[in-house]
Design a protein around this ligand. Structure first.
Ligand code: DAT
Ligand code: MG
Length: 136
């Protein structure tokens, strides 16, 4: 069984020129990139994407940030366990806690600007890919 994740280099990562480095790590690990698109996320898509955080105090800032500039969106596929493997490569949500060698642990310092998104489960992957890559 294969699994799919919605991965995104966030606006801070794109602005800092980290897209290539991040995509390269994903490819070298052995994941398949099914689709990729550089775009500015629509506000409505951002609110739906982060819908689980709607009641959190940082929701407004989160939507502002994620729509503040271009992102690179990827549809990524791998074998069973791939979604968790990608999360492990990303590091913890707060980069201050992320282990060196992880993407956030190597390239980020602030929770609000943590350079990468990856689906937190195969089910989230299906939901997020349907939102950002309809028809995939
Ligand atoms: P993750 O991106 O690791 O799945 P999440 O889904 O809990 O983390 O949160 C989504 C994003 O929201 C996260 O990447 C950065 C931001 N965020 C999370 N917790 C935050 C906080 N306490 N303050 C500010 N931003 C936060
Ligand atoms: Mg999340």
């Amino acid at each position: 069984m294969s699994e799919r994740s919605f991965v995104m280099v966030k606006p801070d990562g794109v602005a800092r020129g980290l897209s290539g480095e991040i995509i390269s790590r994903i490819e070298r690990r052995g994941f398949t990139i099914l689709a990729m698109r550089k775009t500015v996320m629509e506000r409505s898509a951002a609110e739906e994407h982060y819908g689980e955080h709607r009641e959190r105090p940082f929701f407004g800032e989160l939507v502002e940030f994620i729509t503040s500039g271009p992102v690179v969106m990827l549809a990524v596929e791998g074998s069973e366990g791939a979604v968790k493997a990608l999360r492990d490569m990303m590091g913890t949500t707060n980069p201050l806690d992320s282990a060196p060698g992880t993407i956030r642990g190597d390239y980020a310092l602030e929770v609000g600007e943590n350079v990468i998104h990856g689906s937190d489960s195969p089910e989230s992957g299906v939901r997020e890919l349907a939102l950002h890559f309809p028809g995939l």
